[in-house]
Design a protein around this ligand. Structure first.
Ligand SMILES: Nc1ncnc2c1ncn2[C@@H]1O[C@H](COP(=O)(O)OP(=O)(O)O)[C@@H](O)[C@H]1O
Ligand SMILES: [Mg+2]
Length: 223
């Protein structure tokens, strides 16, 4: 099982949106996929309550139970796990980053958001888990996204070449427990998510082929 944590100390950056959309992309690709919602606000878990489909499985947990819940997901055949995290909780974010194979930091292309990611980056870097910043809710046109990508890259962190544009489909879909790929399969949001999913899977494959231990073994050691 591989685990991806979506972390940002800033609320509203797109953690839940990205975790849910990538998890559905993974489930649609027939991978046994789960989400552990570590945010006490439980937005991902509430989304699952509204969701007609059974997959992905969404569990709600306190960070102190993370290792136990991860073992449970792995034991039930979980292949890909997403951790949705709370803002303003350093200890929980740290647990999530430590337990993961890859960290995604969503960031809006606005000065306050970009300033705030240095805190998140400092925290994640202490864990040595590979990390990518994903620019989220960028304008469809203009220089904004490129300028933001360059400013973030100057912090010595990798920026995902796939960015998510600001589109209503992301928020609309969640109302009915769906994601943009299900709500508007031919839409641009669906296409962006597919591209991000492909990129993330390629990164995970690279990381896995470099490691010599199976992911299940690693999780058992953590638990
Ligand atoms: N790419 C996007 N386009 C449009 N709205 C977005 C996008 N990403 C997030 N949002 C909206 O921004 C708000 C905050 O997103 P959310 O995923 O809940 O952030 P977080 O989990 O980091 O607090 C939500 O209303 C969500 O629908
Ligand atoms: Mg959230």
């Amino acid at each position: 099982m591989k685990t991806i944590a979506v972390i940002s100390q800033k609320g509203g950056s797109g953690k839940t949106t990205i975790a849910l959309h990538l998890a559905v992309a993974s489930a649609l690709a027939n991978r046994n996929t789960a989400i552990i919602d570590l945010d006490p606000q439980a937005s991902a878990a509430k989304w699952a309550d509204r969701r007609p489909a059974d997959l992905p499985v969404v569990l709600s947990a306190h960070a102190s139970r993370l290792a136990h819940e991860m073992t449970r997901v792995a034991d039930t055949g979980g292949e890909l796990l997403f951790l949705d995290t709370a803002p303003h909780s350093d200890s929980a974010a740290l647990e999530a980053a430590k337990a993961s194979d890859l960290v995604l930091i969503p960031c809006r292309p606005a000065i306050l958001d970009m300033e705030a990611i240095t805190n998140t980056l400092d925290l994640v870097r202490t864990t040595k888990t590979p990390v990518f910043v994903v620019l989220n809710a960028v304008a469809a046109q203009g220089q904004e996204a490129q300028e933001a990508a360059e400013a973030i890259a100057a912090l010595n962190v990798e920026v995902s070449p796939v960015r998510l544009v600001n589109r209503v489909a992301y928020a609309r879909a969640l109302i009915t427990g769906q994601t943009a790929q299900e709500f508007e399969p031919e839409g641009k949001a669906a296409r962006d998510i597919e591209d991000l999913h492909t990129f993330i899977c390629a990164q995970l494959n690279k990381i896995t082929s470099e490691g010599d231990q199976s992911y299940d073994q690693q999780i058992r050691q953590r638990a």
